[in-house]
Design a protein around this ligand. Structure first.
Ligand code: HEM
Length: 285
């Protein structure tokens, strides 16, 4: 169906046949997304892998670096495997320690997935699970994601009004982005100031190499780290939070998961943790 929102036409695809047509046959023509006005804050959309068009050379560089350094088989199976399992172990330990108490699950999950992503990027946690980080990064990230991604903006419906930023979404986004970019600047500066020239074997090492050979500008490298931080952390925690909510709403699904886990000897009372290699025995999960 077609929706006319102000001056913007939106087509909603709700059948699998149409979705297949759009996402496979017409993929090249449709592989882009409208720029949300708030993402123009501090020029972010001009150097963001999420918003640049796929015809842009910088977008291709970003994609190449991500494909070889983050999403390659070697990276997923060897380099970051231990980090993922450690993150899950820490998360389970944290939740076990609060058994019987109220826990803001979404927040705990987001903290975990952000720490996982920041460790892949620059080998450090950015959220202290026990009490927030000194820079209050979690709050700033959440506050930034709202105007950037979710909050409706009249500038998107009537693009001519964009420059006026009537609801202040772009100003709001700029204020939060400034703090986040300056945090990442600090991360880069501290790494450059390290005297012992040790290799951390993380994504930042790769970016510093690209910067030193002039293949990537410093601002672009920082924008890429920022993109991966939010594109990685937020959807992972949201997916798990939704899965948990759906399980709670659907007792029969929950019971199938529990039965499967028990059959594979992972009961509630079992001390044994599920590792990535075990997932093959848990197809329903
Ligand atoms: C459950 C986890 C995840 C889900 C559901 C998810 C979902 C998505 C979706 C729907 C898109 C938009 C694709 C498009 O418009 O064509 C996207 C883009 C992206 N995702 Fe994920 N994602 C997940 C995890 C991750 C992780 C772990 C990372 C990085 C470590 C990541 C990095 C990105 C990036 C950089 C983009 C933009 C790519 C581009 O536009 O070229 N995502 N993701």
């Amino acid at each position: 169906m077609t929706l006319k929102l102000g001056l913007t036409t939106t087509v909603v695809i709700s059948s699998s046949a149409m979705a297949r047509e759009a996402l496979t046959k017409k993929d090249r023509r449709l592989a882009a997304r409208p720029i949300r006005d708030a993402t123009r804050a501090l020029g972010w959309s001009d150097r963001s892998v999420g918003w640049l068009p796929s015809s842009n050379p910088l977008w291709r560089t970003f994609r190449r670096v991500m494909a070889t350094q983050i999403f390659s088989q070697r990276s997923l199976q060897q380099d970051t495997h231990g980090l993922r399992e450690r993150t899950v172990r820490d998360l389970v330990r944290y939740l076990r320690g609060r058994s019987g108490q109220e826990v803001a699950v979404g927040r705990v999950l987001l903290s975990s997935t952000l720490n996982l992503t920041s460790n892949i990027l620059f080998s450090a946690d950015i959220v202290d699970m026990e009490g927030g980080s000194p820079e209050r990064l979690l709050e700033t990230l959440e506050a930034a994601i709202d105007p950037l991604m979710w909050k409706p903006n009249v500038s998107g419906i009537f693009p001519l009004l964009g420059p006026l930023d009537i609801q202040g979404r772009r100003r709001m986004a700029a204020a939060h982005l400034k703090k986040l970019f300056s945090f990442l600047e600090g991360v880069v500066d501290r790494r450059l100031a390290e005297v012992d020239d040790k290799h951390n074997n993380d994504f930042l090492d790769v970016l510093l190499d690209l910067m030193s050979t002039g293949e990537m500008a410093r601002d672009d490298a920082i924008a890429l780290m920022f993109d991966i931080l939010i594109a990685g952390g937020d959807p992972m925690s949201t997916t798990v939070e939704w899965a948990l909510a759906e399980l709670l709403h659907n007792p029969s699904t929950m019971s199938k998961v529990r039965t499967e886990m028990a059959a594979a000897s992972f009961g509630c009372n079992s001390k044994q943790a599920i590792e990535e290699a075990d997932l093959i025995r848990l197809p329903y999960l």
